[in-house]
Design a binder for this molecule. Structure first.
Ligand code: PPE
Length: 309
């Protein structure tokens, strides 16, 4: 679905609310040539208490952290970005939406050094349904192991959510879709499991839950952290600082992806090898339904995770 069908007309850019079509930049923008932008993706859920942004503070915290290796100064405070986002959701009367804040080096002189380039900041919000399709949430998806490896953290910091990194995600994701799969799993330089192009990955074996550690070249996902907390609170043992070898994907009882966009999405086949019994596994289902119960505010627990619009 294109943005023109989505009933959104306003973007916040460098302190102003501008018409959607006017939110433009120069073609010699540093971020366009060199991928020097940092961004976030968060969801605002439709709840009985109105729209509620999930883990907004953690997303903003990660945005500022992502800017650090690039010495980028975001000239807006947490309060400004929060006010802008709430105002965008209110003005456009969105019961739920996806939120995309971005900061990037703008236009001045061109050259790899961004020294003279201003930092531009923008926020857009729009309705966004299930990332990998409604059916995927219940039935799971088929994925392939990408032939592309993830960059090591010694090459590009993978814990910073940088626009330039996503050409790797695009290569992996499109390779998978070209081959008839919904999504890819990307291995790190060592050949161990890193993550999806836009998701973290979890594995279930013998009733315990595993997810690659932060030194495996992954993004420190906020949904990853959420799922670890929820699963532990449900009484599961979660090993969140492990290496997962490629072969373990084949012997897993259950696999699932997590992400702000992907939420909790089961994986039913890897390279056409069936995972478990080929449907959403029982632990995946339990964690997933707990996740949706929490984000849709059907419980009052974890209220500190929400920013109400
Ligand atoms: N790894 C990668 C590479 C990634 O892009 C994401 C989010 C995650 C893990 C999960 O992180 P978190 O959202 O904090 O749980 N991917 C975002 C972008 C998706 C897109 O297509 O664009 C997202 O989910 O918003």
């Amino acid at each position: 679905m294109g943005f023109d069908e989505m009933d959104v007309d306003t973007i916040w850019m460098d302190g102003e609310f501008v018409d959607w079509d006017e939110a433009q930049i120069h073609v010699l923008t540093h971020g366009l040539h060199y991928g020097s932008g940092v961004f976030e993706g968060a969801r605002c859920y439709d709840t009985a208490q109105g729209p509620a942004i999930f883990r907004w503070e953690e997303h903003l915290e990660r945005l500022y952290q992502s800017a650090k290796p690039y010495e980028m100064e975001i000239d807006h405070t947490v309060e400004e970005l929060t006010e802008a986002t709430i105002e965008l959701i209110r003005r456009q009367e969105l019961p739920s939406c996806y939120i995309r804040p971005i900061a990037f080096y703008g236009y001045d002189s061109l050259g790899v050094s961004p020294r003279n380039c201003p930092t531009k900041t923008a926020i857009a919000v729009w309705p966004w349904g299930a990332y990998l399709g409604e059916e995927a949430i219940e039935r799971g998806i088929d994925v392939m192991i990408s032939s592309w490896r993830k960059h090591a953290s010694s090459q590009i910091p993978t814990n910073a959510k940088t626009t330039g990194l996503y050409v790797n995600s695009m290569l992996a994701g499109e390779e998978a879709r070209r081959n008839g799969y919904a999504e890819a799993i990307v291995l790190n330089k060592e050949g161990n499991v890193a993550e999806g192009p836009g998701e973290n990955i979890f594995l279930v074996r013998d009733g315990e839950i595993y997810t690659p550690g932060l030194s495996e070249s992954i993004l420190d996902g906020i949904t990853r952290d959420t799922v670890i907390t929820l699963a532990e609170d449900l009484g599961y043992t979660v090993h969140d600082n492990v290496s997962i070898s490629r072969g373990e994907l084949n012997t897993a009882d259950e696999l699932f992806f997590t992400g702000s966009a992907a939420e909790v999405t089961p994986i039913r086949k890897v390279d056409n090898v069936v995972v478990g019994d080929g449907s959403r596994g029982p632990i995946t289902e339990e964690v997933q339904s707990r996740f949706f119960e929490v984000v849709e505010r059907e419980t009052d627990e974890y209220d500190e995770w929400f920013t109400y619009v």
